[in-house]
Design a binder for this molecule. Structure first.
Ligand SMILES: Nc1ncnc2c1ncn2[C@@H]1O[C@H](COP(=O)(O)OP(=O)(O)OP(=O)(O)O)[C@@H](O)[C@H]1O
Length: 557
């Protein structure tokens, strides 16, 4: 069912293959040797010596000295592009001016009114266009955004400028001589109309974008009561743009730190391959975001139009998995027959080496992956197409990377996403969201953008988004990954307070011991051991056979 979106190695391998050979071509090596023969520039040597002498490097010319210091350390040159600060956003220019502080809905209304005025102005009212431009320049001055910033971004208008410049010569009607060239009066006016109105419209939009963060624009639209479906579409588009921009930034860093410099013509091939890889990666990330949405009940249809699932027997175990086997669409078989029964209220750790099939298994528990063989039942209810909505309400999956899960403009809206899909509205929805945020200690962040939170806070919000669906079974994929020790401990406290059946996929063996009395060891797509966690972790031979090991200095008492 799902191909590239799976958090697997397929896409990553492809990316490495695509980037690898391109940047290490013979011409690239020749250029490097030429540079090596010439010797490093003075700035580089100076910085290298200063570093060796343990003195602060003197910054002559910004990035050059830093670049030299790095080159000295690694023994090869790094292009300046690697050192350039990475711009977080292309259109937004954060600031604290009165314009930035204005309510986003007020700015949206002002921008729309301004554009309408520009469009409605007769083309011969030259003074009016001059007035609009002066007004915009005044706003830029108050917002402290230099006109050059807008000029640089106005290049997208180039095709329209060319059209406007061509019209006086191609237009029909009366012609007048200008420096001996016959010019159409109607064409010149039409060109002016396009140029003046297009430029002012673009500058107005850029002014809004420059002074309003993208998520505030969405917030403004909601406050203006723009239909929810339009805001949702805008939100998804924004999320996708962010996905592409973030992937582009990561890939740029990865490329330039390995010697690529997009300014040089001979790197064009590598850059082009990078753009291709960028789209593949963005597609994969976009699909993971989609999987995370699906696992929180998103179907694209209004809730409540499905047949309700039959209530299961209360005595049925929380999870029954029998002979579960699964091959990805590219033919790679990840699961070869998983058997597992989990009782209600149990906390079970799923351990195993990289590529063992843990995530693939976890994604079967609420039907995000399916179509293989075997049986999965949740509280007596088979995981199949007829029960999917109910299964997803009962089994909440917290994804390995919180960025796959968080995409709404505010924390509160993101946490409300799942329960809304399951049909909750009004006071009941608010109560669920408040309780979930309180459970993970994120109440104070409810109105913040999830994208402005730290990694640990995002992980908590991702957990809250699943808790708000009130699932009976919680599936956590690597909950402690990338968490600092305190955040890791705090998350453990949150999880221990939750009274739910929990399956925790993890490489963090001490965390498994702390949180889960029982552990299953998965390798090669099957369960190879199922024991009390302490007993399993004490079996050093078993752990070694399956590439697991306790952290240095950790002892089981
Ligand atoms: N989308 C995909 N397409 C093809 N194969 C995939 C895909 N996703 C994962 N795989 C492969 O399936 C196998 C199991 O992957 P899975 O992500 O389930 O392992 P894991 O135990 O969770 O690994 P890790 O501990 O590294 O996260 C791996 O060999 C992986 O390369």
């Amino acid at each position: 069912m799902v191909r590239a979106g799976q958090p697997g190695a397929g896409g990553r391998g492809l990316l490495l293959r695509q980037l690898g050979p391109g940047r290490a071509g013979p011409r690239h090596h020749r250029a490097r040797h030429r540079r090596a023969r010439r010797g490093p520039p003075a700035g580089r040597l100076a910085a290298g010596r200063l570093r060796a002498g343990r003195r602060r490097p003197v910054h002559r010319g910004g990035g050059r000295d830093r670049r030299g210091a790095d080159a000295g350390r690694r023994g090869r040159s790094v292009p300046a592009a690697a050192q350039a600060p990475l711009r977080q956003v292309i259109l937004h220019r954060p600031g604290d001016s009165p314009v930035h502080r204005l309510a986003p809905q007020a700015k949206i209304v002002a921008a729309v009114v301004a554009v309408l005025c520009v469009v409605a102005t007769p083309r011969e009212a030259f003074w009016a266009f001059g007035f609009y431009l002066l007004a915009l320049v005044a706003v830029w001055a108050v917002a402290r955004v230099p006109p050059g910033w807008f000029a640089a971004r106005s290049v997208i208008e180039l095709p329209f400028v060319l059209l406007a410049l061509a019209l006086p010569f191609t237009g029909a009607g009366e012609r007048v001589d200008v420096l001996g060239v016959p010019v159409s009066v109607e064409g010149a006016l039409a060109g002016w109309n396009i140029l003046a109105k297009g430029t002012l419209g673009l500058l107005t939009s850029l002014t809004l974008a420059a002074t309003t963060a993208p998520h505030d624009v969405l917030l403004g639209l909601r406050r203006l009561r723009v239909p929810a479906v339009l805001v949702t579409i805008a939100t998804l588009m924004l999320r996708y743009v962010e996905v592409i921009a973030a992937e582009a930034r990561r890939m740029r860093v990865a490329r330039v730190s390995r010697g690529d410099d997009p300014r040089f013509l001979w790197q064009l091939g590598a850059t082009a391959r990078g753009v291709g890889a960028l789209f593949i990666r963005s597609y994969e990330r976009g699909e993971r975001v989609h999987l995370a949405m699906v696992s929180r009940g998103w179907t694209g249809r209004a809730p409540g139009d499905e047949v309700r699932a039959p209530l299961p027997e209360r005595s049925a175990p929380a999870l029954v998995v029998e002979r579960l086997a699964y091959a990805y669409p590219d033919g790679h078989q990840a699961l070869f027959g998983i058997d597992l029964t989990v009782r209600r209220g149990e906390r079970v750790a799923v351990l195993g080496p990289n590529g063992a099939g843990k995530t693939t298994f976890a994604l079967h528990l609420n039907g995000v992956l399916g179509g293989g063989s075997g049986r999965v039942e949740v509280a007596g209810l088979p995981v199949d197409a007829a029960n999917l909505r109910e299964i997803r309400r009962r089994v909440g999956v917290v994804f390995q990377d919180p960025d796959d899960q968080l995409f709404m403009p505010t924390v509160r809206q993101d946490v409300a996403f799942g329960p809304t899909n399951f049909g909750l509205r009004g006071a009941e929805l608010d109560r669920r969201v408040d309780e979930a945020l309180a459970a993970v200690g994120m109440t104070a962040f409810a109105d913040r953008s999830p994208l402005h939170l730290s990694g640990g806070q995002r992980r908590r919000v991702a957990l809250a988004g699943v808790l708000a669906c009130d699932p009976e079974v919680l599936v956590l994929d690597e909950p402690s990954a990338n968490l600092e020790p305190v955040a890791r401990r705090e998350l453990a406290e949150v999880l221990l307070r939750l009274d739910r059946t929990t399956l925790m996929v993890t490489h963090d063996l001490p965390y498994a011991l702390q949180l889960c009395p029982r552990s299953v060891l998965v390798d090669g797509g099957v369960v190879v051991a199922d024991r009390p966690t302490r007993e399993l972790l004490a079996d050093a031979e078993l752990l070694a056979r399956h590439r697991l090991e306790l952290p240095f200095g950790f002892r089981l008492d």
